[in-house]
Structures are given as C-alpha cells and as structure tokens.
Design a protein around this ligand. Structure first.
Ligand code: PLP
Length: 408
C-alpha cells in the first residue's frame, strides 16, 4: 500500500467538499475531533452575528426577535435527526454530566418500585461519578459491573441501565437494538450515552425503542469547547418523568412567574435555567453543516479511515510495541482508534509537536479520532508516516514530551 492508494480513495470521497467548511491550521493533521471538533467557518460567522448583532444591537429583544428562547428546542429538533428521534424528544442544554444526572434521577421517578441503577465499569468516569451522586441523593443502589455482566444482572429492582454506546477508550460499540430489548424485557429503562456516537456512527433511538439518552456536541458535532449537550426523552415518558433540577425553564409557564413548580409535561420539562445563547449559536452552525451530510456516508467514510489507520500502523509501525485496543471489526466499533503503548503519553506529545494531534488516556492509550467531514485518507497516510518516524528515531524519549499537562 502506498500514498497513491490513499489518494485514490479520496478521489472517490463523496464527503470531500466538507473539508473547506472548516478552519484547519496549515501543517496540522487533526486526529482529535473525537475530543474537540475543529471550528466550522460558519460557526465563526454565526458567533460574530450573535455577539455583535443579536446581543450588541438587539439586546434583550433578541430573546424573542432572534429566537433565543426557543434555541434549546430548535437545536434539539435538528439534533434529533442525527440520532433517530422526533424533534419533540430532544433538547440542547447543560452539559452531558448534568443531563445524565437529570435523566438518571428521572428514570428513578418513572420506576417507583425499582431502586437500582446499573452502569458498566470502564465507562467514561463522569457517568459513574454522576450516578453515584444520584443514588446517594435518591437512596438508590448503584451497581458498577463489567460490560459482559450488565444485561444478566438486570432484575426486578433495576430502574435503568446506563451504557455508553461507543466506549471512550476502546471504541467498542454496544449492540444498541439487542441490549435495549434485553434490558426492557426485564422491565428496566435503557439510557444511552451518545457522546462518541452523534455525528459519527448511525443511531436510531426510536428504531430501537430507547427510553432516554444524553450526549455532547463538542466532539463530532463540532459545537466548540464546552458547547451545550443534548438529552432525549422518548415521547411516551415525557408526561411522567420528573427532573430533579426543577428550574424555571422546565416550568409549564416560565413567564407566569408562579409561586410553585409545575412541570411543562413535554421535553421542556428537562430544561433548568437560562440557555447559554453564545454556545448554542456556535453549535447551530455545526449542526446545520452536519445535517448536510448523509449519516450513512459519514459512518462509511469514518470506518474506511479507521481501517486504513489500523492497517497502516500495524504494517508500517510493526515491532514498536503498539497494541490495538478494542474490536477490529468495524461494525463493532466507533470512529476513534486506540493503541496501547508504555510510552503512549510521550508518543502523543511528540506527534503533536509534529502537527499530528491525537490525545492520551490513562494509563497507556494513544487515541486518534477519524472525523469524516474533514479528514482524508491521505491525511491518515501522512499521520502514520510521522508516527513511524517518531517511533523509529525514538524521538518520543526526549524529556520535553514526558511532562504531563493538566489536559491530556
Ligand atoms: C462517554 C462520555 N460521557 C460524558 C463525557 C463528558 O461529559 P461532559 O460534557 O459533562 O464533560 C465524555 C467526554 O469525553 C464522554 O466521553
């Protein structure tokens, strides 16, 4: 295999035109869109308009005139199309962690006789931490179980199972339809974390009959650093579910300023406080861009990039101790690829110094994301050649690559 082969794959790429829609610095191959997506050009313009015109000139009238007050539902409606939900089932608000808190507590509110939540070990830590907090407050029990024990452990006391569709380290992908059905057959609710799914791999929440879901928008949806997250509540649960964060935006009539809380009874009941308009504005540009791309093509190209990366690393960087973690089968994985190596941190730093941006996850994982809208197969080839040079010259052994930063 050579670079010409990679370039020939790009020549047939139906998503190639999207690359120009992003600001990608010269000399950078960006393999970290699974952590923070790059800046869509339209997001810069949209943010500028939100700041200068809507805020600067419109001032408070923009809550009505610029559609600020409906932004959580409007963006939720757009995002719904990417995850197989109805527009009335999704809102964009808060962070993934906060949304998980609301929905996990909400799941307990929907299942009065059941007092246990089950989560997989090896999940992204915030999920487990948040569920610990929910259970402590609610007097419920949290079971943290190895992934292959989760479904069998669901019993009559299980209110909900919380799983991350695509694992943040290994990229292993759950069988969403099969697991949802198995969990629901035992009377429990299924709550999916879609952080590494939305904008990357196909997802049909209503097709599989999922109950609840959360996810972030700063990865494959390119919403920007700290962009607001999303949550999904299936229509059938919306009248009964109760948010523990009963803020005024979830009230049936926020501007009636009633003395006591009265939940809205639809998806707005999962909102809490004033929406972060500047973050929502930038995200809307990213969402509009994503909606122009066929999700099936997005997933197929992402898989092609991942397959090429795995093949090239294993053939061209063999004998340097990189071990693939997670499944090799594309249907069982998401769009990032992790290799374990004892010097994983230093290798990633040496790559970043050479313009190849990936990230590191403790204890030894060098992680690379293959976001389909702006990466090419030639990028993958070039990145692997730089990795090969770093490994062969042992450039990563330099002291400067060994000091851990706060964010890895
Ligand atoms: C699976 C998963 N859940 C949650 C989060 C983060 O949640 P938050 O947006 O609240 O920081 C991440 C971040 O990478 C994640 O990978």
């Amino acid at each position: 295999m050579d670079r010409a082969h990679a370039a020939s794959l790009d020549a047939a790429d139906p998503l190639a035109r999207f690359r120009d829609a992003f600001v990608l610095p010269e000399g950078v191959i960006y393999l970290d869109g699974n952590s923070l997506g790059p800046l869509p050009r339209a997001a810069a313009e949209r943010s500028e308009r939100a700041v200068r015109e809507e805020w600067g000139r419109g001032l408070i009238t923009s809550w009505n005139a610029a559609g600020w007050i409906e932004a959580p539902q409007r963006l939720g409606g757009k995002l719904a199309r990417l995850i197989g939900a109805k527009p009335s089932e999704v809102v964009v608000a808060d962070s993934t962690s906060v949304n998980l808190f609301k929905l996990a507590a909400g799941a307990l509110s929907l299942q009065p006789g059941r007092r246990t939540l089950i989560v997989e070990s090896g999940n992204f830590p915030t999920d487990v931490y948040v569920l610990e907090g929910v259970c402590a407050l609610a007097g419920a029990t949290l079971k943290v179980l190895p992934p292959d024990e989760v479904v069998a452990a669901v019993d009559q006391d299980t209110a909900a199972v919380i799983l991350t569709h695509v694992n943040y380290k290994t990229a292993r992908r759950w069988d969403m339809a099969g697991v949802t059905a198995a969990v629901q057959a035992k009377g429990a609710l299924m709550l999916w974390d879609l952080c590494h799914t939305a904008g990357a791999v196909a997802c049909d929440l209503n097709g599989v009959g999922a109950d609840l879901a959360v996810g972030c928008s700063y990865k494959y949806l390119n919403g920007g650093p700290g962009a607001p997250a999303f949550l999904f509540v299936a229509e059938r649960h919306q009248a009964q579910i109760r948010s523990p964060l009963s803020g005024w935006m979830g009230h049936a009539a926020p501007f009636a300023f009633e003395e006591r809380y009265r939940p809205s009874g639809d998806i707005r009941g999962m909102l809490c406080g004033t929406p972060p308009i500047l973050g929502l504005s930038a995200l809307e540009a990213g969402l509009d861009l994503q909606l122009e791309a066929d999700p099936a093509l997005v997933e197929a190209k992402g898989q092609s990039l991942c397959r090429l990366f795995i093949d090239l690393v294993e053939s061209r960087c063999a004998a340097h101790g990189l071990v693939l973690t997670g499944p090799r089968e594309m249907a069982q994985r998401g769009l990032h690829v992790s290799f374990a190596h004892p010097d994983g941190y230093a290798i990633v730093q040496a790559l970043i110094a050479r313009g190849v941006m990936g990230d590191f996850r403790d204890p030894d994982i060098a992680r690379f994301g293959f976001s389909p809208l702006y990466l090419s197969h030639a990028d993958v080839w070039d990145a692997v050649e730089i990795l090969r040079e770093v490994l062969e010259t042992r450039a990563y052994e330099a002291q400067e690559y060994r000091t851990r930063s706060a964010v890895t």
